[in-house]
Design a protein around this ligand. Structure first.
Ligand SMILES: [Zn+2]
Length: 200
């Protein structure tokens, strides 16, 4: 099981959403640095795993400490940066300042990770990331009410945005800079093929 996948015993029902000081609040959950994070229990291995979902606290740990999202090892940077596995976005230069919620994936786990993720199988590209900014929050917006109700699709807001008051944060969204495409893991190519220096 990937480290960031949640288990059924870790789910927390969101019946306790409320409003405190003009902002969304969850009883028992502190607002840290302007962000209210969706609560999760910490019981990996208990119950059933959910491959398609992400355990927020473990995702944030991986992003901030640069740990592999599958095996939790500390990923090693080379001259091009940290190893990442991303969805393929077609032909052409790598998009500038790509924003992603995927934490790094170490080289050893990349072949496994791309097979486990069924919806994206065959669409992955292996890159190295020179720099990243982890000031994005991917989450659900809520409408102000006695019992706040979700509005719209999940989206990304950045630190300092006043709208964060009405967001329930799920995952960190990182902006990837100085990205180098190194290959497609299934083909075993790990030599730099293209260098795209991007700036946010
Ligand atoms: Zn790994």
């Amino acid at each position: 099981m990937p480290y960031i996948a949640p288990w059924s015993a870790e789910r927390v029902e969101l019946s306790r959403l409320t409003v405190v000081s003009g902002a969304l609040a969850v009883k028992g959950q502190r607002r840290a640095a302007g962000v209210l994070w969706k609560p999760w229990r910490d019981k990996p291995g208990v119950g059933k795993p959910a491959f398609a979902k992400v355990h927020g606290p473990r995702q944030r740990e991986c992003m901030l400490r640069k740990l592999c999202q599958v095996c939790r090892c500390r990923v090693a940077p080379n001259e091009f940066g940290w190893p990442w596995l991303l969805d393929h976005r077609g032909e052409g230069a790598w998009p500038e300042a790509e924003v992603t919620t995927h934490p790094p994936t170490c080289e050893e786990c990349q072949p496994v990770a791309q097979l486990q993720c069924t919806p994206n199988r065959g669409n992955f590209v292996s890159v190295r990331v020179g720099r990243l900014v982890t000031d994005g929050v991917h989450g659900q917006m809520y409408q102000r009410a006695a019992h706040p109700i979700p509005v719209g699709k999940e989206r990304v807001l950045y630190a300092g945005d006043a709208r964060l008051r009405w967001m329930l944060g799920a995952q960190i969204a990182a902006t990837l800079l100085d990205v180098t495409v190194v290959g497609v893991p299934s083909l075993g190519t790990q030599a730099p093929a293209l260098r795209e220096a991007v700036r946010r």
